[in-house]
Ligand binder design. Structure first.
Ligand code: NAD
Length: 372
């Protein structure tokens, strides 16, 4: 299954990482996903990515990648404004398409792409990855099982602080490239999740905010933010009569990647924060639930089958990152011929403590640790 990635910034690399590591995480990989090709904003940068990240081929343009008969899956990770043309060309070539959110960033273009895709036979999808966070998977199950009863209200927030620096002047600060501001960028996730978990939204009212209309460009000049909201506050009414709020922002101090939701129903409530990714909080309004308050449902690595359980079902989200950090640090030292810590010496000292603890267990008294 030859995968061709268009755009190799942050998300292109995340997708390549996912393709290469699927086999460790899932037991059903009876197909062979291959990082076949990459295209970027220039032939030169694509060649550098291909060499640096092990793609078999660098394409001189996205169009060349899309047309290549060797490419089975076109994976679009370019800035939003380019999605429409790439999607259209890929659909014309009958390709399977994995497209980063938002689909196009522009409502009418997305509607057109949808109807074109419906006519074809290829597999197409958008990367709303928040749906695959384990607590979101559990929340969906609980909602479907009726654990909340009728949903009455919700709050969904996606908060960053990245635009508090005066230099936040990339393509996501320009509606002509992004399709909007933070409402398109982060709000696409929030809107999808509201629709997915809570139901059909019939009406909205909204308020955008640009708190820093003048920013600094990298060369020291002035950069005006004219058309891309830095925060957006929305009230949404569902077909069911439920009312919810969505807040998305890049100007909320102290936030990192604070994606969170609260859903309140007749029979209970759910809460989740991506900054506490191991837990889904559930409140059961029945008599029993009122005694316990919110229950922390342990999600950690307990993905359902065909998950391989790797790196361990009990492994908290983030544990693997520590392993990668250790391996990187060690191999860096091997390559640089420098000393690595934690060293054998550090490990032996820890074992001196353990030996003394066993001695104490036997002797029933305090023992001295015999370091060397
Ligand atoms: N699912 C998520 O959580 C998530 C997170 C961040 C971004 N995104 C989405 O991923 C996409 C890429 O965002 P990013 O943060 O990786 O951006 P980025 O700026 O880090 O990377 C974009 C890449 O596209 C390349 N590019 C620019 N113009 C191009 C063109 N005409 N043809 C081909 N390549 C081109 C750039 O060289 C760069 O390598 C966007 O659609 C964005 O909305 C999704």
């Amino acid at each position: 299954m030859n995968i061709g990635i268009i755009g190799f910034g942050n998300m292109g690399k995340v997708h390549a990482f996912s393709v290469e590591n699927l086999k460790y995480f899932y037991n059903d990989i009876d197909f062979d996903p291959v990082l076949y090709g990459v295209a970027a904003s220039s032939a030169e940068s694509a060649a550098a990515y291909a060499e640096g990240y092990g793609f078999k081929r660098a394409f001189s343009s996205p169009e060349e990648l899309i047309r290549s008969p060797e490419v089975d899956v076109v994976d679009i990770c370019a800035p939003n404004v380019y999605h429409y043309d790439f999607l259209k060309a890929a659909l014309e070539c009958g390709k399977n398409i994995y497209c980063e959110k938002p689909l196009t960033g522009f409502r009418d273009s997305s509607v057109e792409i949808c109807s074109l895709a419906k006519k074809g036979k290829s597999v197409c999808g958008v990367v709303f990855n928040t749906r695959f966070l384990l607590p979101v998977v559990r929340a969906k199950e609980l909602i479907n099982d009726g654990a909340l009863g009728r949903i009455l209200s919700f709050n969904i927030s996606f908060l960053h602080s990245s635009a508090l620096t005066p230099y936040a002047t990339g393509w996501k600060q320009d509606k002509n490239i992004c399709g909007g501001g933070v409402l398109v960028d982060l709000g696409s996730h929030a809107a999808d999740l509201a629709l997915y978990l809570c139901g059909n939204i019939s009406h909205v009212s909204g308020k955008s905010q640009i708190a820093f209309p003048k920013r600094l460009s990298r060369d020291g000049g002035e950069y005006k933010i004219t058309n891309a909201d830095e925060a957006f506050y929305m009230t949404a009414t569902l077909d069911s009569g439920a009312v919810g709020q969505i807040c998305v922002s890049k100007i909320h101090a102290g936030t990192n990647d604070d994606f969170s939701f609260e859903i309140y129903g007749e029979r209970g409530a759910l809460r989740f924060s991506l900054m506490e990714p191991n837990w889904l909080l559930y409140y059961d309004s029945s008599e029993n639930g009122m005694k316990t308050g919110f229950t922390k449902i342990e999600c950690v690595g307990r993905y359902p089958s065909p998950s391989s359980g790797f790196p361990g079902q009990k492994a908290p989200v983030g544990w693997l990152r520590g392993q990668l950090g250790s391996m990187h640090s060690f191999l860096r030292c091997v390559s640089d011929k420098t000393e690595f810590t934690p060293s054998f010496y550090d490990a032996a000292r820890a074992e001196c403590v353990i030996e003394a603890a066993y001695r104490s267990d036997n002797s029933q008294r305090e023992e001295r640790v015999n370091y060397f």
